[in-house]
Design a protein around this ligand. Sequence first.
Ligand SMILES: [Zn+2]
Length: 452
Amino acid sequence: MFFMMLLFILVFVVIWIFDLHKSIYIKSVSRNAGDSSALMAARWEGITLNLIGDLNILHAIALSATNTAAETAITNMQARLCYVGPMIAFMASQQAAKNNGIYPNPDFDTLLNEHVHQVRYDYPAQTNPDGTPLFPEPYPDCWNEYANMLELVAKDGVVAGPDNARLYTDYTGGHPLIMIDFYNAVAGRSWCWFHNHAPTLLANYQNFFPCWWPALPEPPHEIYMNSEIYGLGLNKSITELSSLADENTLNAIATERQLQGELNSTGMTQTAVWYTYGAPWTTWDVMADPSFPITGTLKPQYNYAGADAAVRVIAKAARLMPSGKGNYPSNTVTWTAAAKPFGYLADDQRPNSFDIVLPAYRAVRLFPVDASSAPSGGAYNLEWRRHVENHLSTYMEQGPQSGSCPYCNILVAWEDPQLRQSGIDWLSTNSWQCTIVGGPGGIRGGGSPRGH
Ligand SMILES: [Zn+2]
């Protein structure tokens, strides 16, 4: 009898240890897969930027030799590279994650297939009130070709969701309802978020009816020339080359990259189309901020934001231990990682020291996800995307409704005046604590939730 009982307990202990080990194993697998796929995407971003940079210099050489046919071919190639390069990055990052033992995620596949349909049919069809296209193509047949490339990735199965994707129809921020941090702050009673980001919201908010919130902002329309996934953030400038870079620098780079041909004053002074760095290429202010929890200082040559890659990998570990309800639940592990191409022109010169794109990218590194271009909610956080795309418009019309969506439930909780008052009361005596403190365990309200 005693032996039977012992055996029974032992079996459970073995199953429990098995589950624990499997969970730890899945965690390390998804970490490796996420990190390697971010690095792979960033590597292809760097390669593409170098190619576009090489083509800028070859364009100048063609101009110097007054070779008009070559000039046109080069700018056409650059326009296509802005989509093809990021798509190769997207494909290669999937392969890297698969090589590390993660299987395709059917929810990611569905999302991408829906987007393929949108690119192929909605982008070309939508027009402004005056009849001009709402999404003008950067080159003929671009939307169709781009949809084909996306479809190819979806067919092979998406493993690593591009978490910093920004679809042309996505909101870009500027409203608490589309910031996941607002929901986290309400759910976690992290009043410091309000102190730091929306100091008047707790006191000013009146209950929903009549709708208190300002209307959700329309996504801004721009000149479409960068891919939505792993886009390079580039721009086109129609100007003379001498206003973008000096001849000596260009000659030195042409020699280093072994680009054949002569650069002369005709090439430097004629007006032409050049691929330049666009709005995302600012200084890397998050990293340079002394309160951001990094050790050491950011080197001057790396102080730039711009093209980067953030990925989201989700893996499930099935458990052997049955739950109380008699079924076998699984543990879900989510790993996010970010990487970007690093480089320099000469010594400590940033790659974007000149406005024009020049080949300068030499390495890729991982860096904290919070310093990436991924939106706070993550572009491939599907529960969040569903809330923003499908639930918010209903909420704005009919007010808060509880259901299976956690974000909708948080909006119901937010209606409680007592909850908001408790935030105001807490902040009235404790707001001095609301600073971002670095270091392990030292993060309090408003810190970095995804600092790895
Ligand atoms: Zn919702």
